[in-house]
Design a protein around this ligand. Structure first.
Ligand code: ATP
Length: 463
């Protein structure tokens, strides 16, 4: 089972402290969200899993953390200033502002307003998605010399550091650079909870290869990401590939495959249940070429007169110099978090006929690995033993102590936030130095001696 719709996750997320509406006490700020105590843990677990898999478990990727605000020339030569836009249309009937490329068309090819159904829409005009800001204390609002942008993707910070990383790490092709960080897009129609927001986080790899090896490397990354998403607990039946058609490809891309997740299972039309979780593009040699000082156009004019560097690569084996191709797997932290929560969502009925929510997260993803609960919080010896156990477990796994309710309520709370195990300290524990360990998924309980508790949990959590 997975969540029947995003709304179910919105309410669970707010109720239990995963995600809150941002700026709520001032009426909120459209499509902005804050990550609460459990949300920040889950997001960190996703980022840790990605970084481990990409940077630590492979031998050909280096990490990077580049600036959010870059020299404006980066966005000029990357093409973002002129082409990073969505086609904006206004509905003349209901005054909605919409993204034309996301609208349905009628039999005559006319676009239909997703809000009121009218086809009385304006012609599309390009709306640049980059957030503008000004640099420096003395700049006036319209000073072009002070204009800067918040990055709309982390990728460009990687391209412009290609030579730095190549030289300092003494890498040879193929190798990649990985980065996790915030990106900002002034989206025309943000929405669907954390699926589309104006501020979000990306995990991007730019993998540099010889041109003739690009197609193979591209396919390997696509297959690799199917596996990684599976390792987060996302089931294969809720994932599928979408091969972008020629006319949909970005100007720099030779081939792009999107991995889609079933974010909208409630929609009747199966085709509309899916949307993009991540994209994997073969960007050719476009990026390193446009940021280099040497390449010239047909009239022998430098295409980039502002760059001070040539980002070509010299292959010592063949004595050839060329611009590497780039394979880019680009994943959103927030969309991944939403998919992980939706896929883990399960309901179960207890003996009293009550419906309980269980978030069947993989232990690696669970914000809390074990909750230590005292059966009687008015008995100081039990409380003391439970608190001590929490302290002992904490260095090896994220553990919490909780005595804020009856045991049934405490179990239900931990099930709902995905904690794999609850450890209960009772009166007998004081005598036999053993505790009850309850499994989130089966609700089965087992008596385990305190001496072996850490290794028992470690084994079952596989940490
Ligand atoms: P879309 O077509 O949904 O606007 P995109 O194709 O423009 O997405 P990319 O530029 O390929 O997205 O960005 C890579 C990834 O970054 C996306 O697959 C998604 O996971 C994430 N992402 C992009 N835009 C947003 C956003 N506004 N909010 C949340 N995540 C985003």
């Amino acid at each position: 089972m997975s969540a029947p719709n995003i709304e179910t996750i919105v309410s669970l997320a707010k109720r239990r402290g995963f995600v809150y509406p941002a700026s709520e006490i001032y009426g909120g700020l459209g499509s902005s969200w804050d990550y609460g105590p459990l949300g920040v843990e889950l997001a960190n677990n996703i980022k840790k899993s990605w970084w481990n898999w990409v940077v630590y478990e492979r031998d050909d990727i280096e990490g990077l953390d580049s600036s959010i605000i870059l020299n404006r020339s980066v966005w000029k030569y990357s093409g973002h200033e002129t082409t990073f836009s969505d086609p904006l249309v206004d509905c003349r009937e209901c005054k909605s502002r919409l993204r034309q490329d996301k609208l349905d068309q009628d039999a005559d090819g006319k676009y239909i307003c997703s809000n009121c159904g009218s086809t009385n829409l304006t012609d599309p005009r390009p709306f640049n998605l980059m957030f503008r800001t000004m640099i420096g204390a003395v700049s006036s609002d319209d000073d072009p010399a002070a204009l800067a942008y918040l990055r709309p993707e982390t990728a460009q910070g990687i391209f412009i550091n290609f030579k730095n990383v190549l030289d300092t790490s003494r890498r040879k092709l193929p190798f990649g650079i990985a980065q996790i960080g915030k990106a900002f897009r002034n989206e025309v129609t943000p929405g669907n909870f954390i699926f589309r927001t104006r501020e979000f986080e990306q995990m991007e790899i730019e993998y540099f290869v010889k041109p003739e090896e690009a197609a193979k490397a591209h396919q390997e990354w696509i297959d690799g990401f199917d596996e990684w998403l599976g390792s987060l607990g996302i089931s294969a039946e809720n994932l599928k590939h979408y091969e972008q058609e020629k006319h949909e490809l970005a100007h720099y891309s030779e081939r792009t495959v999107d991995i889609l997740y079933r974010f909208f299972p409630e929609r009747e039309d199966e085709a509309k249940q899916w949307d993009e979780l991540m994209g994997i593009a073969n960007r050719t040699d476009y990026d390193l070429r446009v940021h280099s000082k040497k390449p010239e156009d047909a009239e022998q004019k430098r295409i980039n007169p502002d760059s001070t560097e040539d980002l070509s690569y010299f292959d010592t084996a063949t004595n050839e110099r060329f611009y590497p191709y780039i394979i880019e797997p680009s994943t959103g932290v927030n969309r991944t978090l939403l998919a992980v929560m939706m896929d883990a969502y399960t309901e179960r009925t207890n003996d009293k006929g009550e419906t309980r929510v269980i978030l069947k997260l993989k232990p690696e993803m669970a914000p809390i690995k074990v909750a230590v609960l005292p059966l009687a919080k008015n008995k100081p010896e039990i409380v003391e033993m439970a608190k001590r156990l929490k302290k002992d477990l904490q260095p090896s796994m994220r553990a919490v102590y909780d005595d804020t309710g009856g045991i049934g309520k405490l179990y239900a709370r931990q099930d709902e936030i995905g904690t794999p195990f609850c450890v209960t300290v009772d009166h007998e524990s004081l005598e036999d130095n053993a505790v009850t360990v309850r499994d989130r998924d089966t609700w089965e309980q087992e008596r385990v001696s305190v001496d072996s508790l850490k290794s028992y949990l470690g084994e079952r959590l596989t940490i």
